[in-house]
Design a binder for this molecule. Sequence first.
Ligand SMILES: [Zn+2]
Ligand SMILES: [Zn+2]
Length: 404
Amino acid sequence: MTDFDLHIHGKYSGGVSPKMEIPVIAEKAEKKGLDIVGTGDILNPKWLSHVKEETVQPDGYLERDEIKFLPTTELEDEDRIHHMIIFSDLETVEKAYQDFKEYSDDIRREGRARINVDGEKIVEIANNHGALIGPCHAFTPYTAIYGKKDSLKECYGDQVEKLDFLELGLSADSEMASRISDHEDLVFLSNSDAHSPWPHRLGREFNRAELSEESFEGLKKLFNGESGEIRLNAGLDPREGKYHCSACNSCHQKYSLEEAEKFNWSCQECSGTIKKGVKDRVNELADKKADYPVEYLHLPPLAKIIQYTVSHSSPTTKTVQEKWKAFNDEFGAEIDILVEENIDDLAEIDTEVAESIRKFREDEVVMIPGGGGNYGERILPESGKEASNIRSEKRDEIKCRYDE
Ligand SMILES: [Zn+2]
Ligand SMILES: [Zn+2]
């Protein structure tokens, strides 16, 4: 099995930690349990030379301390829609750079360059270089395809057939995305979009797949259905997001899509504006029932689970980090701790944290979804009975409704 995270940013991108350097990323990726990491920002000349200096290239792929890196980048098109490209090797990157450079004013300095053409043209250029491509964080309201367009075709035109994957992003999971029939032939990816190497950032969303080989070719075969199989998408619960439900921007009262339309997007409690949530954006676009054969595990990073368990305000407090280290020292890779280690064994390090991990794995956590700019609220109930009590008490809030 191969665990991978293909979307990160390097230290030269805006708002990114100076610690996002290949040696640090490799060290943290190993602790996380990732086998393959995307380099991110590979069209940026400074980042490209950093990647060249800090990796070895035994068989075309890039390697640093047992971690394989694939050359990847995120690009922004003229409509401010983000796309992700995976290149086969650094030679191809340099050739593609020459093509993209013609349409960009900032490719020399930006990590995520702005290319002044539409999505269709970007796919065409990527394809000319044999690269793999798909939309990034597809449901993000502002810089993503469904924030701007109503279908893949509207963005990619005749190149739509050439798409390889769809990145779900933090605001959606595979259940939501599989309600759109355009997505039927695409592999869904859950990547972190990490801006720092902390274990609650790098790999906070990840993919697990059986690949014919751990390489660009292996991924390519996975995407075109030739060989390999995606086994798991893991990431945050989209209901945690600030704009999951449609809700009032001022008082956060939630509304169903039908209610919001009936009230003309005006709040009945305070006359504020109702902001359309990602859930209802999907409801608008959906043309079928959810069905995606791959499991999606709603699983926060271990440091966050420890933080919730000890009720701290941040995953970087000393207590949280010490407990994280104790688990890491004993069991190694974080992904294995989260996904498969025996709960009784984990309990030998910390009973309460082990119990929290079990609740997340078995979906015993009650989520009160976010909306109108308010984050969702997560409740770890003591028992199944308490969980069902909370669920019936907060029924309307959980279902994002104003009233019947
Ligand atoms: Zn983006
Ligand atoms: Zn209101």
